[in-house]
Structures are given as structure tokens and as C-alpha cells.
Design a protein around this ligand. Structure first.
Ligand code: UGA
Length: 431
């Protein structure tokens, strides 16, 4: 099939590349010329395992190309996938400017029947508005569908190629058939539903996963008080198939571009309908507070952090990505500086992104884990990169000024810390 994907952000780029890997002819469109040039030169603007290789092999095979020319990409495609960003506005609502602009341009460009798909995460009702905008400008018929994306950063290619399910929200049988054919090589778990339910499935899924994380983080906080171990608790809970074991890893809370944005947007959507989504508001509040556990533990250890040097390992919001959007490290480092500490920070790949967002003289961005830990009064682990868990504790002990270790992601086993001089604080485990 011939596809045009509008927007080469995370979702658009990964989806476009994976559809080309399935043998479709895909043109990815972006209005930023520099980004398109970069992609045409085989450079990838995001760090995502396996993506670069797939881009180059599919470009060589002639199935994948990048352009700024929306009209010609759309004109020659049977299916148009809109995957532009919907960032948060200051009040938490989703900003729909980009999607509305894309709809207008698509409407102006199409000259034969098309199936138009929205993959961007949008508030309930937006797809119908997008279709109205296209209709305003189009002179030909089209059908539209909402096909939300459930990939995770860091495993985006794997998730897209092996999805748990595909949700197709559409009122059109013709679109449902075409989109089922497009997705059937990926899975047989394909559900056809109405547009509004499809839009809601995306928000409800992210909100539920965020709820699981905040729930287990609160259980972790209680475990610390009663002397239980949250990992044992999560393991025991997860064996119940009704609960499931995933997204029960306690830590310093969720970050990234999705859960924080989508939980706020769903609270707003409910609020606009005069519904107070109390549970989700608490999930967000618990998540904001969980990050400060690192500061509380540091102050328990050091008294006051003023004048101390704190080593930070991990700046990305999760491993295997260079994305620092809403990363817990942002709030934690900000608070440390406000309380008079100096910071030495290291991340295997996210340091330059972080520095671009957070350029302060009191933060030294280091080239290695060793450099960030050397002569620090305490070391905090904020992202569970494999590189960190492979470093022997004896080396960390040698590097640090004092053996103070705050493990915000529980990467070490407590047994390994027994009989060592470390003052070790992790999350939800007895000390
Ligand atoms: C999330 C969803 O998992 C995807 O299904 C969805 O498609 C995506 O948002 C989106 O809406 O685009 P993502 O934010 O990339 O994906 O990454 P996750 O693996 O979900 O992690 C999010 C945050 O939760 C990270 O900060 C991670 O450290 C944290 N987390 C995750 C925990 O603290 N504990 C867990 O058990 C799992």
C-alpha cells in the first residue's frame, strides 16, 4: 500500500519506518527542512534501538522517503496518517494547532478518495473536528479513523512490530477494511470501534498505567514505614492475572512526554464536562511528590545538602532514550541547586539534551559515571541504565568522598550492599 505519514516525531517516524518494513511504500512528511535533510542523509533525530538500521535498509529498498512536500506525498497515497505533536498548553489542555494545520493542508491537497487516520493523541471529539476541517477544503470524498499508538520510547520499534492490540475507531466499513489489511501482518488482535471510544481508549490506557505506577509508589512509601519490601509485594500482586505484573516497578515516578501530558489532558477533558476526576488528580500529585523522596533521603543522610557535591547518574526519563521531557532529574537537580548543593551529572546519552534545557553553572556535565561520582558527598541514581548496574560497588566506594548511595530505581540488590560501608537508601525496601 502507499502511505503518507505527516509528522516525523516519535510516533510518526517509528510508525512510518515500521510500515515500510512491512513492504508498504511510505513517504514521511515534516515541515522542518533541516529534519528532513537529516533523515534523507540517514541520520536519526531520536535515539531509538533498531531505528537507524531500519531507516537505512528501507531507504535503500526504495520503500521509504522523507519530504517537506505534503501535497505531493498526500496526492500519491491511499492512506494518510496524521502523527503531528499535541503538546500541553499551560492549562494542561492539548494544543491542537499542528493537527488543525495538517488537516487544512491535507484537505487542500487530496484529489482522489483517501483513508485519513489520526494517530496523534487527541481529546475525545477531535477526530470529528479534523474531518470537518478536511471536508471544508476537500473536493473529493474520504473516510477517517482514529488509530491510537501504544509504543513506548526505548522499545518503540519492538512495540510497533509486536503490538498487544490495534484499535481502529471508524464509522466507515471501507476504512475499517483497508486499515485491517494494513495492520494484519502485525497482529490478529484488531478491534474496530467508534471514533470517540478509540480516542478515549488511548487516554484511559495511559491514565491507568500512570495510576499503577503511583499506586505502587505509595505502597513503596508505606513498605518503608512498616518494614516490608515493595519488590516482594509487587511480585506477589503481579501473580494475580487480574492485576498483572507490569508497571508495578516502584521508583521516583513517571516522566516523559506521554503520561504527564495525557493525565493532565484527561483531567481537563473531564473537567470541561463538569466531571471531577479525583483519582487521576491524586495520581498526578503522588507522582510529583515521589521525585522529592530523593531529596528527603539525601537530607536524612547528609543533614543539609548546602555546600555538598551530589553525583547524579541518569538524566533521561527512562533508559534507552535521550528524551529528558519531564524527567524526574529536572525537578531533583533544580531543588538541589536551590538548597545550595553543587551537582555533577552523567547520562550515557541524554546529557546534551538535558544541558540544553538546564544550563546552570552549578551543574557539571560529566563524560563518565566515574567522573560524576568522584569526590561526591553522595551519589543518586535517577535512571536505571544497564551501564550503572554493571559498575562494581567497590569502584563507586573508591570514587565517592563518602559512601552515600541513593538508588532511586532499585538497581542494586540489597544483599550486595550488606557488609559494605555504604549508607544505602532505595525505594520501598527495608534498610
Ligand atoms: C507510555 C506508554 O507506556 C505507551 O504505551 C504509550 O504509547 C506512550 O506512553 C505514549 O502515549 O506515547 P513511554 O512514556 O514512552 O510510554 O514510556 P514508559 O515505558 O511507559 O515509561 C513512562 C515512565 O514511567 C518512565 O519514566 C518510567 O521510568 C516510569 N515507570 C514505568 C515506572 O516508574 N514504573 C514502571 O513500572 C513502569
Amino acid at each position: 500500500m502507499k502511505l503518507a505519514v505527516i509528522g516525523t516525531g516519535y510516533v510518526g517516524l517509528v510508525s512510518g519506518v515500521c510500515f515500510s518494513e512491512l513492504g508498504n511504500e511510505v513517504v514521511c512528511v515534516d515541515n522542518v527542512q533541516a529534519k528532513v535533510d537529516m533523515l534523507n542523509n540517514g541520520e536519526v533525530p531520536i535515539h531509538e534501538p533498531g531505528l537507524k538500521e531500519l531507516i537505512s535498509s528501507n531507504m535503500v529498498a526504495g520503500r521509504l522517503s522523507f519530504t517537506t512536500d505534503l501535497a505531493s506525498a498526500v496526492g500519491s497515497s491511499e492512506i494518510i496518517i496524521i502523527a503531528v505533536g499535541t503538546p500541553s498548553l499551560p492549562d494542561g489542555r492539548a494544543n491542537l494547532t499542528y493537527i488543525e494545520q495538517a488537516a487544512k493542508e491535507i484537505g487542500q491537497a487530496i484529489d482522489t478518495y483517501k483513508v485519513i487516520v489520526v494517530k496523534s493523541t487527541v481529546p475525545v471529539g477531535t477526530n470529528e473536528k479534523v474531518a470537518d476541517i478536511i471536508r471544508e477544503y476537500a473536493t473529493v470524498s474520504f473516510d477517517f479513523a482514529s488509530v491510537p499508538e501504544f509504543l513506548r520510547e526505548g522499545s518503540a520499534v519492538k512495540d510497533t512490530m509486536n503490538p498487544d492490540r490495534i484499535i481502529i475507531g471508524t464509522a466507515s466499513e471501507r476504512a475499517a477494511e483497508k486499515l485491517t489489511a494494513l495492520h494484519s501482518p502485525l497482529t490478529n488482535q484488531i478491534t474496530i470501534t467508534d471514533v470517540r471510544s478509540s480516542e478515549m481508549i488511548k487516554y484511559a490506557s495511559n491514565a491507568f498505567l500512570a495510576t499503577k505506577i503511583s499506586f505502587i509508589n505509595e505502597i513503596a512509601n508505606i513498605c518503608e514505614k512498616v518494614g516490608a519490601n515493595v519488590e516482594e509485594v509487587a511480585n506477589g500482586m503481579g501473580m494475580d492475572r487480574r492485576i498483572g505484573s507490569s508497571f508495578l516497578k516502584a521508583g521516583i515516578g513517571y516522566g516523559g512526554s506521554c503520561f504527564p501530558k495525557d493525565t493532565q489532558a484527561l483531567i481537563q477533558i473531564a473537567g470541561q464536562m463538569d466531571y471531577d476526576f479525583k483519582l487521576l488528580k491524586s495520581v498526578v500529585e503522588v507522582n510529583s511528590d515521589q521525585r522529592f523522596n530523593v531529596i528527603r533521603k539525601l537530607e536524612e543522610l547528609l543533614g543539609d545538602v548546602a555546600g555538598c557535591t551530589i553525583g547524579i547518574w541518569g538524566l533521561a526519563f527512562k533508559p534507552e532514550t535521550d528524551d529528558v521531557r519531564d524527567a524526574p532529574a529536572l525537578d531533583i537537580i533544580e531543588t538541589l541547586l536551590a538548597r545550595g548543593a553543587q551537582v555533577k551529572a552523567y547520562d550515557p546519552i541524554a546529557s546534551s539534551n538535558f544541558e540544553r534545557n538546564f544550563n546552570r553553572s552549578e551543574v557539571k556535565y560529566c563524560q563518565s559515571a566515574q567522573e560524576a561520582a568522584t569526590e561526591a558527598d553522595a551519589l543518586c541514581i535517577l535512571t536505571e541504565w544497564k551501564e550503572f548496574s554493571n559498575i562494581p560497588l567497590s569502584s563507586i566506594q573508591q570514587w565517592l568522598k563518602s559512601p552515600n548511595l541513593i538508588d532511586g530505581r532499585n538497581i542494586y540488590r540489597e544483599e550486595d550492599l550488606k557488609d559494605t560501608p555504604f549508607a544505602y537508601y532505595s525505594i520501598g525496601r527495608p534498610r
